[in-house]
Design a protein around this ligand. Sequence first.
Ligand code: HEM
Length: 470
Amino acid sequence: MALEPSRALADRAGRAPLPPGPHLRWWGLELLGPMQRDYLGFVCGLQRDWGDAAFTRIALERTCDVFAPELVRAVLVDYADAFVRWERGAAILSQGFGRSVLTSEGETWKRQRRLLAPEFAPARLQGYAGLMVAAARRALDRAAPASEAAQVEVEALMTALAMDVVLRTLFGSTTDEDAAQAADAVQLLSRVAAREMLLPATLPDWLPLPGKAAKRRALRALTALIRRQIRQCRRAADCRDAPAHLMGTLSKLRDENGRALLTDTELEQHCLVLLRAGHETTAAALIWWCRLIAEHPDEARRLRDEVDRVLSGRDPAVGDVPGLAWVAASLQEAMRLYPPVAALMTRRALREVQIGPWRIPRGALVRITPLITHRDARAFPDPEAFRPERFAPGAAPPPRGAFLPFSAGPRVCLGQHYAMLEMVLVATMLLQRYELQVPPGEARPELELGVTVRPRGGLLLRFVRRRDPA
Ligand code: HEM
């Protein structure tokens, strides 16, 4: 692709250089193997060898990885209009996420975002808190026997719990069977999507190959579930008269002529994206938080003290959240160390831009890897340590661009307030019931990259019932 320097840059004294990067033979094809074997290791290697930004080229595709907070912020916020989502990533995600606010661009994106944003405004979230608490109570009370300690598979617990929450907030109610089926389908699609994103091209889904059949089955199961829920919801009185859940509100939206704003297909796509974006991410954050809390008993004690002081044993409500500041700080610190969307936030440059000292050519990809940016020692001293006080009340906010679990700029996560509310409520209720312990000899699990980052092989922890639940 020819380089076309922007007017602004051409007016300056010469163009800025490209970021540094490895000398590649074979058109960079030698990078494909390492990327697919261990993508996170590969990107960490680029940062270790080249610093704040690195340039690579595979065949005709040029890629700039940016790691330093100020460069990341420039891409996501200052020059947001110069970038669009990477079209291949969006195409892969839209197979499972539907053509929706997550994957669209331009006017379609603006319209969809405007439509959905009020549903995720803090004031609207109050209505969901009760549903979240009910789901958490049910899952956590059943997690371990009433009087003893038990080994709990935390990934399964949190995935099912987060799915239960999102299905209830979307449709008002759900069954265990639906939640389990949807969670299995989403996990499979997430693994497939991450694999496909690292390949230069993918074979069509209709091919009679074993992997493709599983993917088709998962997509069919999710779509069928959503259609069934929409049908049931339409029949139910609360959907018509008093929309207490998202599906109810969305299906009641009307234009100035009284016509439904969303077709059934659009409604399905919105439900699909919210179901997927809204459960995998919160589950991932809570899973890693559990592991960190189990590893740091002193921090856990401080959180239990806060929870007991604020709630004296009752269930939390929205009004309690501001008083649970250390719980929120511990969740933010967990997302700093293990950002659910850890990598592959990829954009394509629509025009040439200068980011810090570097030139990003028009048409190049820019990759952002929160997992690396979040561990920048300039922004977070002793970056590998779990220190909730970094986010506690009164702490200085992290430098701009250094902490982006929910991304930043115009495409910032639509569900960030919903997610924080859900996570604070779930974490609080867990702290009220259990002390978490790492089973003897159980090493910290490795990271497995899907659409979110999960512990490879799951996560086993000991849940010990608190003797004197507050
Ligand atoms: C801990 C939980 C969550 C995390 C870490 C998270 C993270 C993110 C990130 C990083 C993005 C931007 C991706 C990119 O720019 O490439 C994003 C976008 C989005 N998220 Fe979340 N998310 C979470 C929870 C949720 C929830 C609960 C919902 C909804 C129920 C949601 C809905 C969305 C939507 C619709 C977008 C697309 C926004 C747009 O492009 O305009 N997320 N999320």
